[in-house]
Design a protein around this ligand. Structure first.
Ligand code: HEM
Ligand code: HEM
Length: 184
C-alpha cells in the first residue's frame, strides 16, 4: 500500500536548521547563475559534440563550433563549482523553513526534486570532464544520457515553483528572487 504522505509531518514551522531570514544572498545569486549557465549548455551542446569528435577522432571543426565547444567546457565546469558551493552553503548554513500553507506531499516532492537536481548537476559535469580528459566514449554516453532526466526534473521544478506561488501562495518564489534579507 502506498505511504500516506499527508500523515508525514512536513518540516514547516521555523525550527533548528532553518534560517529565519531566508536563503543566503550567495545561494540566490548562484541559483540564477546556474539557470543562465544551463541555458548556455542547451545552446552549445551540439558544438561540444563536434569538438569532442574533432579532438579524439581527427574530424575537421569550424571556428564557431570550436569557440562554442570551449564555452561548453567552461560553463559546465562553472556549474560544477556553483553547485558544489551551493551544497556546502545549504548544509552548513541551511535554508528558509517551508511555508505551512504548502501540503506535506508537495514539500516531500520538492525535497526529492531538489536532491536529484543537486545529484544530476554535480554528476553531469563531472562525467563530462572525465570524458574530455580520457577521451572515452563510455563517459561521454553517460554524460549525455543525463540530459533528458535533467530536463524532466527542471520541468517538474519550474511547475512546482509556479504552483507554490500561484496556488499555495507561499513566499518561496519571492525568497528565491530577492536579495533583501530580514534582520535576524
Ligand atoms: C551541467 C553541465 C553540463 C551539461 C548540462 C551538459 C550537457 C551536454 C549535452 C546535452 C551533451 C550532448 C550533446 C549532443 O548530443 O548534441 C553534451 C556533450 C558533451 N559534453 Fe557536456 N554538459 C555539461 C558539462 C560538461 C563539462 C564540464 C564537460 C567537460 C569537458 C562536458 C563535456 C562534454 C563532452 C565531451 C560532450 C560530447 C559527448 C559526445 O560527443 O558523445 N560537458 N553535454
Ligand atoms: C536550470 C534551472 C534550475 C535549476 C538547476 C534549479 C535548481 C534548484 C535547486 C537545486 C533548488 C533547491 C535549493 C536547495 O534546497 O538548496 C532550487 C530552489 C528553488 N528554485 Fe530553482 N532551479 C532552476 C530554475 C528555476 C526557475 C526557472 C524557477 C522559477 C520559476 C526556480 C525557482 C526556485 C524556487 C522558488 C526555489 C525555492 C524552493 C523552496 O523554497 O522550496 N528555479 N532550485
Amino acid at each position: 500500500m502506498p505511504a500516506d504522505l499527508s500523515r508525514i509531518p512536513a518540516p514547516s514551522a521555523p525550527s533548528a536548521g532553518y534560517r529565519p531570514d531566508g536563503w543566503t544572498r550567495l545561494h540566490v545569486v548562484l541559483h540564477w547563475l546556474v539557470v543562465a549557465l544551463v541555458a548556455v549548455q542547451f545552446v552549445d551542446k551540439g558544438s561540444m559534440e563536434a569538438l569532442f569528435d574533432a579532438t579524439f577522432e581527427g574530424h575537421a571543426i569550424s571556428g564557431t563550433d570550436a569557440v562554442l565547444g570551449w564555452a561548453h567546457i567552461v560553463c559546465g565546469s562553472a556549474i560544477l563549482a556553483a553547485m558544489a558551493v551551493r551544497l556546502v552553503d545549504r548544509v552548513l548554513v541551511g535554508r528558509p523553513a517551508y511555508d505551512p500553507a504548502e501540503p506535506a506531499a508537495a514539500v516531500w516532492l520538492a525535497r526529492a526534486t531538489h536532491g536529484l537536481l543537486y545529484a544530476v548537476l554535480l554528476a553531469m559535469p563531472a562525467l563530462g570532464l572525465l570524458a574530455w580528459i580520457t577521451g572515452l566514449e563510455s563517459y561521454a554516453d553517460l554524460h549525455t544520457a543525463l540530459w533528458t532526466p535533467l530536463l524532466v526534473l527542471l520541468g517538474l521544478h519550474v511547475v512546482g515553483a509556479l504552483v507554490q506561488h500561484l496556488v499555495f501562495k507561499t513566499n518561496a518564489l519571492r525568497n528565491m528572487t530577492s536579495l533583501k534579507r530580514r534582520a535576524q
